[in-house]
Design a protein around this ligand. Structure first.
Ligand code: SF4
Length: 208
């Protein structure tokens, strides 16, 4: 059996899923989903338990069962998806990029761990009473902005996110931090964007 005659089966390239009797192939590299026809299902079932399969084995298995053109199409389809390959699959080691620099772009300030609502489903499991939150003070917030500027020195644009709990319950601090960050970013020649995650119950025209 010559090497050129061999096809390698890459079982990491797909997941074979049964959806209420329908055979569906989830193609891992593209995350595409393919509805398998009967012929392709048969070919897949035949090659799947094998590490390699030869054309002779395929011919022998499928001779006299179905149209040769359909069998050939199914094999070509599986080859085009990399399920059947002309060479052994090499383990995916990622893009091979070593990250040497990753300047900070965003800082999230938890300006009040508490909230004016006390939703029973609140994710803030550290608080039994969300309304009794801990507020961030201006000194710590300033240090955080300075950290963003230092660690994000190579960025032209940085982001400050106000988060909680409910950030609008500490609007005084948000105003002070916004003014400080704008001034410092102006000095450093950077643009700064602000955003916040809010339940919107404290939102007023003025705040908006
Ligand atoms: S509004 Fe959000 S943060 Fe506030 S208590 Fe409800 S879930 Fe928690």
């Amino acid at each position: 059996m010559s090497e050129a005659n061999l096809l390698y089966v890459d079982t990491h390239a797909f997941h074979d899923v049964d959806v209420k009797g329908r055979r569906v192939l989830l193609h891992v590299p593209s995350t595409g989903i393919f509805d398998l026809d009967g012929v392709t299902t048969e070919v897949l079932d035949f090659v799947r338990p094998k590490a390699t399969v030869s054309f002779e084995e395929l011919l022998q298995r499928f001779s006299g069962s179905g149209s040769p053109a359909l069998i050939a199409d199914a094999i070509e389809d599986l080859k085009s998806l990399g399920v059947l390959r002309g060479d052994p699959a090499v383990a995916d080691r990622g893009a091979g990029i070593s990250v040497t620099e990753f300047p900070l772009s965003t800082i999230v300030l938890n300006v009040n761990t508490g909230c004016n609502l006390s939703c029973t489903y609140c994710y803030k499991e550290d608080l039994t009473t969300p309304s009794k939150g801990e507020k961030l003070d201006f000194d710590k917030a300033k240090k955080s902005i300075e950290l963003l500027l230092k660690e994000g020195a190579k960025r032209d644009r940085v982001n400050v996110v106000f988060f909680g709990g409910e950030p609008l319950s500490n609007m005084r601090l948000i105003k002070a931090v916004t003014a400080y960050a704008e001034e410092r970013c102006r000095e450093e020649g950077k643009q700064v964007d602000f955003s916040l995650t809010t339940n919107a119950t404290l939102l007023t025209e003025e705040i908006a």
